[in-house]
Design a protein around this ligand. Structure first.
Ligand code: SAM
Length: 267
């Protein structure tokens, strides 16, 4: 498996198709559950998640771009106030780089413990068209400050803060690792921006498995119940084998899929 943490090559494609492909592919590695799309904006990622079988709540401080689609729960709220405890998946696309460091830390703290698909800018040199400072140290975090002054009329801009924090790649890695995530970095589709798949380290491979029925513990319990009854036990063993085969397929398939992430082409 390649080291996905290494700085990857920049993908030479327009952003939108790449973003959609990264999102759809990463989401497909998880069993659908309850998903929150933070800073959902136009709502297109929320709708794709619904199409993929997720139960979706979309949150944004601006409702002007929300589509009229009742399959999603559209919530008009500042993400600084969003309670994330009831979700199986956090989607954080195009939002983190519009927040201050303090608000990023608070949001990441509340997001921790579940998978997160993150799409954000990092504070690297030479990004054209963005008003960035040089590297600064904010509370022990290296990054650049991004000015949001004069663009607050833009529905894609920050909400309430006029400067945002763009952590350096190393700082972002540390911020995510400190909150218990293993991080898989997709090839950058802009020189300062890409998708980061954050998987809870403690959950290990289980994060990619279906809840309940695929858990090894549940299978073991089922096996114990059936012990002593020969025919039933044989059937249980068959079932366990099938489940384990399914489990190991998922576990071994993941690195292969991640490898594909760095190589393309995307399906
Ligand atoms: C660049 S757009 C990203 C839209 C979409 N997620 C995407 O990736 O294409 C940023 C969105 O975040 C929202 N936003 C910014 N700060 C916010 C905050 N504190 N609370 C809620 N939404 C916020 C903006 O209103 C805007 O819709």
């Amino acid at each position: 498996m390649p080291d996905l943490r290494l700085p990857p090559a920049v993908v030479d494609e327009t952003s939108t198709p790449v973003r959609l492909r990264y999102f759809d592919t990463m989401l497909s590695w998880f069993e659908p559950g309850r998903l929150v799309d933070l800073g959902a904006g136009h709502g297109q990622f929320s709708l794709r998640a619904v199409d993929a079988g997720w139960t979706v709540t979309a949150v944004d401080a601006r409702t002007v771009r929300f589509p009229d689609d009742p399959r999603v729960t559209w919530v008009h709220q500042d993400v600084r106030e969003t309670d994330l405890t009831s979700y199986d998946m956090v989607v954080n696309l195009g939002l983190l780089y519009h927040l201050t460091l303090e608000d990023q830390i608070s949001l990441l703290d509340r997001s921790a413990g579940r998978p997160m698909i993150l799409d954000t800018h990092v504070g690297v040199a030479g990004e054209k068209g963005y008003r960035l400072t040089g590297v600064v140290d904010v509370d022990g975090h290296e990054g650049r400050l991004y000015s949001e002054e004069g663009i607050q009329h833009d529905p894609r801009s920050s909400w309430g803060n006029l400067a945002s924090f763009w952590p350096t790649p190393a700082t972002l890695q540390r911020m995510l690792a400190e909150r218990g995530w293993d991080v898989y970095t997709a090839p950058y589709y802009l020189s300062s921006r890409t998708f980061f798949l954050c998987v809870p380290r403690d959950a290990g491979e289980d994060a990619f498995l279906a809840p309940d029925w695929l858990r090894r513990g549940a299978v073991g319990e089922r096996r114990r119940q059936l012990r002593g009854e020969r025919a039933a036990r044989r059937a249980a063993v068959q079932r366990v084998k099938a489940l384990e085969a399914s489990t190991s397929w998922r576990l071994t398939a993941l690195p292969r899929r991640l490898a594909r992430l760095t190589r393309g082409p995307w399906g």
